[in-house]
Design a protein around this ligand. Structure first.
Ligand SMILES: [Fe+2]
Length: 268
């Protein structure tokens, strides 16, 4: 642990023996820690409620709440606070059990200050790593979410551009795609189609005629009857639409809706 973070670490010493509190507090303050002392578990919890503490040195046998009860509450309410149990030699088995409940370590009385110092440094280092790792994970999730939103927005922008490009070319299509979308979505809602599929239908509706970009304007806007060759070209817009969209639309069902939007029910 760096000298800087060590200087800032706040240690709460909870022990009913005043002598233990005084010795530990003096030694740890000399070592650069900021120390608070309390004589029992309830006072320890009061402090924790009022201000964040990096680590608690917690005596197992205290009047009122036992060290194990206090540990449980700390782990539940202040999981970022590390705990080291202080125990008499007779309670070592209990202390080991408490490590399974989340205590980082235990120190046997009479406390050897060098052993305590080492254990403290390790506990605080581990705590820092856990917090850093959790913050990193949180940031990562947030960043992935932001990127996903950006990608989705960029996709919607591309599809809107295509719809605009078609509208600019074909007067008939202006407003037609929106109307088709509205009717298709209304019918789908009546049929209780799931929401995810409604979104696909909406997109397919907006883009279904995009293949007309590949048909000449003179044919699209021809006032009279089309020749059979011209009609064949117009009919190709479903297939052309699927091809235009395939690099940006991954969803097969949307591509199929575009490709088959002039099919009869019997597939003729
Ligand atoms: Fe069409």
């Amino acid at each position: 642990m760096t000298t800087d973070s060590k200087n800032k670490a706040k240690i709460l010493i909870a022990d009913d023996e005043i002598r233990v509190r005084e010795i530990l507090s003096r030694k740890l303050t000399d070592n650069g820690y900021h120390c608070l002392t309390v004589p029992d578990g309830n006072s320890a919890l009061k402090i924790l409620k009022a201000e964040p503490v990096d680590l608690v040195l917690l005596d197992i046998m205290m009047p009122g709440k036992s060290g194990s009860e206090v540990l449980q509450e700390i782990k539940l309410r202040y999981p970022d606070t590390a705990v080291i149990m202080i125990t008499a030699i007779a309670d070592v088995q209990t202390a080991i059990g408490l490590m399974k409940m989340g205590a980082y370590d235990y120190i046997i009385k009479p406390v050897e200050l060098n052993v305590l110092s080492l254990s403290l440094d390790r506990a605080l280092e581990k705590r820092e790593l856990i917090i850093e790792n959790r913050d990193y994970q949180l940031n990562l999730e947030q960043r992935v979410e932001e990127q996903t939103k950006k990608i989705r927005q960029s996709f919607l922008n591309s599809t809107t551009s295509l719809a605009y490009a078609l509208e600019a070319k074909d007067k008939y299509t202006h407003g037609h795609s929106e109307r088709v979308t509205e009717i298709a979505v209304t019918v789908a809602r009546e049929l209780d189609i799931p929401k995810a599929m409604l979104e696909k239908i909406r997109l397919a509706g907006l883009l279904h005629d995009v293949g007309k970009i590949g048909v000449s304007e003179s044919i699209l806007n021809k006032p009279g009857k089309l020749t059979s060759e011209e009609f064949e070209l117009v009919k190709s817009h479903c297939e052309v639409g699927e091809r235009i969209l395939s690099p940006i639309v991954e969803d097969k069902e949307i591509l199929e809706m575009v490709r088959h939007h002039h099919e009869r029910y019997d597939g003729d």
